[in-house]
Write a protein that binds this ligand. Sequence first.
Ligand SMILES: [Mg+2]
Length: 305
Amino acid sequence: MSGEFSFIHWLRERTPDTPRVLVGPGDDAAVLAPTGRPQLVTVDMVMEGTDFHLAEVGARAAGRKAMAVNLSDMAAMAGVPTAAVVSVALPQNNGRALGEELDLGLREMADAFGVAIIGGDTNSWNGPLVISVTVLGEATERGPVLRSGAQVGDWILVTGPLGGSIRGRHLTFTPRVKEALHLHAAAELHALIDISDGLAADLNHIREESRCGAVLYAEAIPFSADGVALSRSSGKSALQHALGDGEDFELIAAVSPVDGERLIREQPVQGITLTKIGECVGTGLWLEQDGVRSKLEPAGWIHQL
Ligand SMILES: [Mg+2]
């Protein structure tokens, strides 16, 4: 990266005016107007070699992913994202071009959700590309939806087919921000999480925080075409991909049986199909297949199959 190049200066010139942002990039801190709503904050870091392969996908896709994973966490709270700050460690070699490509991806995703990039920090080093994005947001009138509100008897719904995101969807997915807000308006959501670690692992987070158990119905879980394609060569079934693969970035919701029945029948959220994949039970994490219930490890590894 050239010494004179200031990524933040460049960002500043590209930051649109919005009434929420009283002071944007360029001062020591950004200033936001208060809104009176509970404020949500989430941060996630993505790293070259772990979360993406820069040589294969390019900096734009990496930037898009860095913003999108944070927006997915905001969706998982049923929050409205408003602003973001971005910290970047750029490799010294070709840093400026990388920074600009990166910004295209970050901004593409931020713009799509009305998120202002209000500041950040750029460093260069003799190491791989690392991007940390913090997204700010606010709860709607119905409040944020936590992981901890699921109750025994609740239906477990998912917003889309699962598995095989490594084939490309982990970079190109659309975070379920709008869908979460529609769902939150359509029903009382007891618990909500986005699938980053994998269906079994993330459902286990809900189960642990809600102090209940959960059973998944193997025959009900929707498989993505990617998971099915992978299963032809991976040595794993499409079910195992759906249970264990990470970064689907669909949402898992727990709702009352009455709301669940209505949501499945009415399908009120445009662009997605809600599927009932399980129920909350007293204790444990289970997979029911062909009428037989067996213990499911949070990693998605299936015993006794
Ligand atoms: Mg999450």
